[in-house]
Design a protein around this ligand. Structure first.
Ligand SMILES: [Zn+2]
Ligand SMILES: [Zn+2]
Length: 149
């Protein structure tokens, strides 16, 4: 279910401590619909510039601090943002064209146990971060001689 009822959306925004203004509702709806991590520019483009880039930036920053949005560093210079839901998922990123796909099922409990057995100074794991980098099919087809974009 991608689309949320307007009332639920307003509640989410208000519970995070904001007034549920139209730009905030529009932006959160958009991130809920698109799912994949996007740059500020991509979000502004996706909203067809109905919200200017500076405002997109401000809302996204505020939402990130409030925990509604998650910032993701995919080593591509510009931070990307996605909706922060409970779904444990990660990303596979093309190092050439920046195509991104989600994957689920990282077996993090097993890894967390392993980590806690190795380290001495920790007894609790509260979260994790994991991304895979590679080449997408269309970049592989283009061959190894082409320069990275
Ligand atoms: Zn690619
Ligand atoms: Zn995970």
């Amino acid at each position: 279910m991608h689309h949320m009822k307007k009332d639920a959306l307003v509640d989410i925004i208000r519970n995070a401590g904001f007034r549920a203004t139209k730009p905030r509702r529009t932006l959160l709806t958009y991130l809920q619909k698109t799912r994949l991590p996007q740059t500020i520019l991509e979000i502004a483009d996706g909203l067809k510039d109905s919200i200017d880039q500076v405002t997109v930036y401000r809302i996204v920053e505020a939402f990130t601090k409030a925990g509604l949005v998650r910032q993701i560093d995919l080593r591509m210079g510009r931070p990307r943002y996605e909706i922060a839901d409970a779904r444990d998922h990660h990303h596979v990123v093309c190092v050439r064209c920046e195509r991104i796909e989600d994957f689920i099922g990282c077996d993090s409990d097993h890894l967390a146990d392993k980590a806690l057995k190795q380290v001495k100074g920790f007894s609790h794991i509260t979260g994790h971060s994991l991304e895979f980098f590679g080449l997408c099919n269309s970049c592989v087809k283009q061959g190894p001689t082409l320069q990275a974009a």
